[in-house]
Structures are given as structure tokens and as C-alpha cells.
Design a protein around this ligand. Structure first.
Ligand code: SF4
Length: 327
């Protein structure tokens, strides 16, 4: 509790008492690496023979961008594994998501090369490296085909962008590895870090996630060491009653909660309650839909007529499902 109190003090000395929900937008459920020992995609790779079939449709991706905009969620980042779309298609998608959302966005699309960064530049504010775990030998074991040095190279080329990493707690890291994390944050002058608590996936090596204490320990110590760093903390349906502690440990915002599937659910209500307990101001919609003429919103977009028609269809499906959950 002393650690949390100290971290909360540091947070409040450096940020307004506010928070937000960050929605991560997935582009596909296939990944060309597919060998990280904790990841759902590593259990799916052999079952998905054609990466093309595992792509998400453009209207569905853009629908999420519009929902994020109108329901006051931030876009955590656009992601979806490696080598899923040709780069020209990615540029077009990122451009459209950024247009609909009304801001440049973060992307987490692997270790990008300078020429790719150049193409994305007009539409992105930052790049994310999915480091997952920082200690080199553990990293080589958990992510054998995703070397850290590739991300370091990307960060070296990405001096004109914001830079962020993701770290999963529960993969076998030790508290003494914290100094390695601090060195990495300093070395690459990171603007943001996203922590996740490992969600054990059937078919992987892992059967349980970290304790709340361990998860919070990493967040709180990072906040104390880096008072102005943006820290995002992931939660899941099972861990949602930790949200108050994640925020008090110094996280700026919460991500990873499957909001479109669980909008208005009991778990979404718990998340709202937890945010209230943290005494942070929150403007996002998680349990009630505001009064919005969605057809009109889509109609106003400066996009191709067919694409808009398909967004309307997808959006109506989403809204119907979300309304059903609201009790
Ligand atoms: S690169 Fe990312 S998406 Fe692919 S297997 Fe590893 S953790 Fe999963």
C-alpha cells in the first residue's frame, strides 16, 4: 500500500486526475511470426493456412475507429501481427483510421523499416515495439523469432515519432530485471509504456497470470522512476476489479478490456465503478450509448460511397449487439 500511495502521489504531481479507455484495433488474427510462447496467435498459426483469410475487413476496422471517436475512447494502437497486408494497403488503412478518428494514431506493426516509417508518417504519431519481456535470455525463450534488436533499430530510425513498448508481466520476469527495463526506457527515450498482465491461453506454456501485487509492483515502480512517462495498463474480464489499483499505482489509462463485446456488461459496470473509486475524471462510454445518429455520422464521412454503405451495415450490427447487452 505504501508503494501505491507513493506512486499515486507521483502521478498526481505530474498529471491531472483524469483517465481514459484505450481501444486497440486489430487488423487480423494471423501473425507471420506466430512463435511467441504465450500468444493466442501461436496456437492458431497452423490452423490458418491462408493469411488472407484471417484479415479483418476495412469496413469493420473503420467502424471501430468511428466507435472510438464517438464513445470517447482513445485508439491505443493499430495492430495485428506481421506481414498481414501489403504496405500500400496498410498506408491506406492507417490514413482512413486517422481521418475518421480525427488525429494521428499509434501503430504496433512490428519492427518497421525507415522507408515504411516514411510512408506512415503523415498519419501516425508514434510507433510501438512489442518487447513483451526485457531480460534477454528470457526474451529469447519466450519470443524466439522476435528479437529485441529489431525494435531497437526501429526506435533508432524513429526519432521523429513518439516511441512506446509493450511489456507482459507474468512471463517469468524477476524483480531484479526492473533495472533492465529502466535502462531500455532511458536508452530509447520512450514516451509511453503499456503493461499487460499475462492472460494464460490454453495450448501455450502458461497456465496462470501474475498476482495483482506483482502486476502493480511493476506499474508503481515504473511510475516512481519515470514521473512523466505515459503508462497504460491492460485489464481483462477476470481482472477488471483491479482497475482502481492499476490507476492508483500510476497508470494513466486502461486498455485491453474487450469493450465492443462487453459493452454494458456487468464487467464494464465494474470497470466504471473501479474508475470512480480511483477518483479520476473519465468521459468515455462503457455502459450506455449516447444519443447519436450513426447513419448521419457515416454519411458525413468523405469516403467512397460503397465503403460508407458497408461501414453503415457493420456499424448497425455492432450497435445492435451493444444495445442488447445494456440492461
Ligand atoms: S509477434 Fe505478436 S502476434 Fe505474433 S506470435 Fe508474437 S506476440 Fe503473438
Amino acid at each position: 500500500m505504501d508503494l501505491i500511495k507513493k506512486a499515486n502521489r507521483v502521478y498526481l504531481d505530474n498529471f491531472k486526475p483524469e483517465t481514459w479507455f484505450g481501444r486497440c484495433i486489430f487488423l487480423s488474427w494471423y501473425c507471420d511470426v506466430g512463435t511467441c510462447k504465450f500468444c493466442y496467435r501461436s496456437t492458431q498459426k497452423d490452423r490458418i493456412k491462408h493469411a488472407k483469410n484471417a484479415r479483418r475487413s476495412l469496413p469493420s476496422i473503420l467502424t471501430e475507429a468511428l466507435l472510438a471517436k464517438k464513445l470517447n475512447w482513445k485508439i491505443e494502437f493499430l495492430t495485428g501481427g506481421y506481414k498481414i497486408f501489403p504496405v500500400e494497403e496498410l498506408v491506406d488503412m492507417i490514413k482512413k483510421v486517422s481521418y475518421i478518428y480525427g488525429e494521428k494514431i499509434w501503430i504496433n506493426l512490428g519492427a518497421l523499416k525507415p522507408e515504411e516509417l516514411k510512408l506512415f508518417k503523415p498519419y501516425i504519431k508514434g510507433v510501438v515495439g512489442s518487447i513483451e519481456t526485457i531480460e534477454p535470455s528470457l526474451h529469447d525463450k519466450v519470443c524466439p523469432n522476435k528479437p529485441i534488436y529489431q525494435y531497437e533499430e526501429m526506435f533508432n530510425h524513429a526519432k521523429n515519432f513518439k516511441r512506446s513498448i509493450t511489456i507482459v508481466i507474468g512471463l517469468g520476469e524477476k524483480k531484479e530485471h526492473f533495472s533492465l527495463l529502466c535502462n531500455f526506457i532511458r536508452k530509447h527515450n520512450l514516451d509511453r509504456i503499456t503493461f499487460y498482465a499475462l492472460k494464460p491461453i490454453k495450448g501455450t506454456l502458461y497456465t496462470k497470470g501474475p498476482s495483482t501485487e506483482d502486476y502493480i509492483w511493476w506499474i508503481a515502480n515504473t511510475r516512481i522512476k519515470f514521473p512523466t512517462l505515459e503508462i497504460i495498463a491492460g485489464t481483462t474480464l477476470r481482472r477488471v476489479s483491479e482497475v482502481n489499483f492499476l490507476l492508483k499505482a500510476g497508470a494513466n489509462a486502461i486498455t485491453k478490456f474487450p469493450i465492443t463485446k462487453k459493452f454494458g456488461s456487468e464487467e464494464a459496470k465494474i470497470m466504471e465503478k473501479q474508475i470512480r473509486l480511483s477518483k479520476r475524471k473519465f468521459n468515455g462510454y462503457l455502459t450506455k450509448l449516447p444519443n447519436i445518429n450513426w447513419d448521419k455520422e457515416v454519411g458525413q464521412l468523405k469516403l467512397d460511397k460503397n465503403l460508407k454503405q458497408n461501414i453503415k451495415i457493420t456499424l448497425n450490427q455492432y450497435i445492435k449487439k451493444m444495445e442488447k447487452k445494456i440492461t
